[in-house]
Design a protein around this ligand. Structure first.
Ligand SMILES: [Zn+2]
Length: 312
């Protein structure tokens, strides 16, 4: 069973409260608040033997683990039931990760290493905290005039401090398409040199300005594999905070199987039959291969297609 991670319907973002600074300042002090620490673009985790949990803590634990850390310049993430969540960027106050971190049970690491251990809500809070912090770190200065930006609206707006410029900047996410291309009972998987060893996945790429999603799907698949496609259909989406993408999943049918791979774009690609996918063996891959990680939309596309073929 695939998990859907990094997004949750349980989080009420309470965007209407972001402009109410006195309310936000009051709830920071409340016992109903929890803090999601981030250092640079890394999250914090609790390791208990083989179990990994997200480190999401109240004010008392915050003081114990990160003493003398002022609860200011926080980003208000939202509310779940009666609990309010904030992210706190520790690297603004600490040049280095505290020396006791990564030695005992608290780990500071990229979310991509431990995300698949977490549940829907925990992974979503960490992804939101990481995504917002990444945006703050990359937008310290106004992209219009170069002056410093200041935090507004509980962290969801960065406003230029130059009065004559006064530009408001809003959080950004980059749309990227990811496509499972099929031909009869085979699917096309490729690998990028950036992938983990032996992993093959569905083809993906960023949407360019002036493009529809369907045009981006057709362009990316053709650029990487030389395959022309039809019947582009939408599957679903998933935030992918590595660092700031929204993955938009599609199925598409190939006109033929004549691969013409652009080796500048991808390392390789092959057609895979259902038995190859189940046994993780392919005649052209001597050492076998791996499918994408279970927390990815790529894996859900593959699993969905396998189930569909089986039930037909
Ligand atoms: Zn400006």
């Amino acid at each position: 069973m695939n998990k859907v991670l990094y997004t949750s319907n349980k989080i009420d973002r309470c965007s209407e409260l972001r402009t109410d600074s006195s309310f936000i300042n009051n709830i920071i002090k409340s016992k109903n608040s929890r803090f999601v620490p981030v250092w640079d673009t890394k999250n914090f985790f609790l390791k208990n033997n083989e179990d990994i949990d997200a480190l999401i803590i109240n004010k008392i634990d915050m003081e114990l683990i990160f003493p003398n850390m002022l609860l200011e310049n926080l980003i208000f993430l939202g509310k779940v039931n009666d609990i309010f969540y904030f992210s706190i960027n520790l690297c603004e106050k600490l040049d280095n990760i505290p020396s006791y971190i990564n030695k005992k049970e608290i780990i500071c690491e990229e979310l991509r290493f431990y995300g698949s251990y977490l549940g829907e809500l925990e992974s979503s809070l960490l992804a939101l905290a990481k995504g917002m912090t990444f945006w703050h770190l990359r937008n310290k200065y106004c992209s219009v005039c170069g002056e410093q930006n200041k935090t507004a609206e509980a962290g969801f707006v960065l406003k230029c401090s130059n009065k004559s410029c006064n530009t408001s900047h809003f959080p950004r996410t980059d749309p990227a398409i990811i496509t499972l291309v099929y031909f009869k009972k085979e699917i096309l998987l490729g690998r990028s040199p950036r992938f983990p060893d032996k992993m093959y996945s569905t083809l993906a790429g960023f949407v360019e300005p002036g493009e529809t999603l369907e045009q981006a799907v057709k362009r990316e698949v053709f650029e990487e594999s030389g395959i022309r496609i039809k019947k582009v259909s939408y599957f679903g989406s998933q935030p992918w905070p590595f660092p700031a993408s929204l993955m938009l999943g599609f199925f598409a049918e190939a006109y033929n199987q004549d691969l013409c791979i652009d080796y500048n774009e991808i390392e390789n690609a092959h057609w895979f039959r259902i038995e190859h996918l189940r046994e993780l063996k392919h005649p052209k891959l001597i050492d076998g291969f791996k499918l994408p990680r279970v927390d990815s939309i790529a894996r859900r596309l593959v699993n969905h297609w396998i189930n569909k073929v089986v039930t037909n």
